[in-house]
Design a protein around this ligand. Structure first.
Ligand SMILES: *[C@@H]1O[C@H](CO)[C@@H](O)[C@H](O)[C@H]1NC(C)=O
Ligand SMILES: *[C@@H]1O[C@H](CO)[C@@H](O)[C@H](O)[C@H]1NC(C)=O
Ligand SMILES: *[C@@H]1O[C@H](CO)[C@@H](O)[C@H](O)[C@H]1NC(C)=O
Length: 382
């Protein structure tokens, strides 16, 4: 039965299943009563809907306020106040000038400092894992000012991150390459092109060489080295770096790899989201990366399906080698792995300037939130 029909019948006491069996009350009194009930019902529905809409609106606003990907935004249109970030140690003891976040990244309201005398007034402290874990530096000894956030910063994989247990319940924010960090920064990322290139750079390169690999830390115990040893039985690999031919002095990894069709982007250990500059250098150089790291699905969170070749796509190194040689012979097949370049450009994350400024942006948006990381080890190693 149509809703309007049903309502009319109900008000006028028309035949409804509910009334059919009972004794029909007088039509007149019943009608007035029903109109009143319907009115009350109506106003309640309207009121509830209004309240719900209000809550929804508030919810959306709060979500936006705490979304680290968004620039600071406040309901009143007033910018959040400046935040002071203290860098406790320069990572690995290598001094670098602190960046001007507004000039470099358009991130406003950041005061960055490495002067520890600023500790009492700092909104947040960035602590790089290596130095605090090896006791190269002590943690702050003064009591922590109210509201100050300690940020755990680490871009090494769990295999190269020791001594996590000591730091449970100490930090308020995590900052790593993992997508589920409070402050997330991968080693690189794709940027959507505003105007898709018909002829993106590197789509039709003149590449004379087949396959390159740049490796500095060669260890027979690494899975990537074992894979290389099997692969090299079927295809030539030009190895550069400390373990192979030294990179030409006037050249960078990217410039060297530009002459190649393919590049081995083999991670030193296999962990969630641990996809390093090896991959992004390769993409930047226009070589199709052959990746060895977390599973394919993990890479696909950051890259289009065809932008890379995963070693797991092939049952054996032999079949992978055959596929690479097939691609060399058939430009149209190879094109499948390059087509994404029309829509995206590659951004290599700037160590460490981009990290500090990203941290500042998130801290600015998180100013009022309190949190303590109590499962650092379990989370990071998962
Ligand atoms: C650093 O110091 C802490 C506390 O004194 C100690 O428990 C830890 O074993 C030390 N770590 C290293 C790597 O020396
Ligand atoms: C080199 O690799 C070995 C074995 O995987 C590892 O123990 C060591 O920490 C690595 N060194 C660097 C500098 O990454
Ligand atoms: C940060 O964590 C510490 C240690 O658990 C805690 O005492 C403090 O209240 C937290 N601060 C914020 C702002 O979340």
């Amino acid at each position: 039965m149509e809703l309007t029909q049903w309502a009319t019948q109900w008000i006028t006491g028309g035949r409804s299943t509910f009334h059919r069996a009972g004794k029909r009350p007088s039509l007149c009194r019943c009608k007035t009563f029903r109109v009143a009930v319907l009115r009350t019902l109506c106003s309640w529905v309207c009121f509830t809907a209004l309240v719900c809409a209000l809550f929804l609106l508030l919810g959306v606003c709060f979500l936006n306020l705490f979304d680290p990907r968004l620039q600071p935004l406040s309901l009143t249109g007033v910018e959040p106040r400046d935040v002071t970030l203290l860098l406790w140690t320069h990572p690995f003891g290598q001094y670098r000038r602190l960046p001007d976040c507004e000039a470099r990244f358009g991130i406003r309201g950041c005061v960055l400092t490495d002067d520890r005398r600023m500790y009492p007034g700092a909104d947040a402290i960035i602590m790089h894992h290596r130095e605090i874990a090896t006791n190269a530096t002590a943690l702050p000894s003064d009591p922590r000012p109210r509201g100050q956030k300690w940020i755990w910063m680490n871009f090494e994989s769990p295999s190269h991150t020791r001594g996590l247990r000591r730091f449970e319940g100490l930090f308020n924010l995590t900052m790593t390459y993992r997508a589920d960090s409070d402050i997330f920064l991968p080693y690189g990322y794709l940027v959507t092109r505003l105007h898709p290139h018909a002829n993106a750079p590197h789509t039709r390169p003149r590449r004379l060489h087949l396959l390159a690999w740049v490796i500095s830390n060669w260890s027979e115990s690494q899975a990537r080295v074992a894979y290389y040893r099997r692969l090299v039985n079927y295809v030539d690999v030009d190895v550069f770096g400390r373990a192979g031919v030294p990179l030409p002095e006037d050249s960078t990894v990217v410039r060297t790899v530009r002459r190649y069709l393919f590049y081995l982007a083999l991670e030193n250990s296999q962990h969630t989201d641990y996809i390093t500059e090896k991959l992004w250098n390769s993409l930047l150089a226009g070589a199709v990366p052959v990746v060895f790291g977390p599973p394919r699905e993990n890479y696909e969170r950051f890259l289009p399906h065809d932008a890379f070749i995963h070693v797991d796509d092939f049952p054996s190194p032999h079949l992978l080698a055959q596929y690479l040689m097939l691609l060399r012979r058939s430009p149209s097949l190879l094109q499948r792995h390059l087509a994404w370049r029309r829509s995206y450009s590659v951004h290599l994350t700037a160590f460490w300037a981009e990290h500090y400024c990203t941290a500042c942006r998130v801290v600015r948006n998180h100013r009022l939130r309190t949190d303590t990381i109590t499962n650092l080890q379990r989370w990071f190693e998962s």
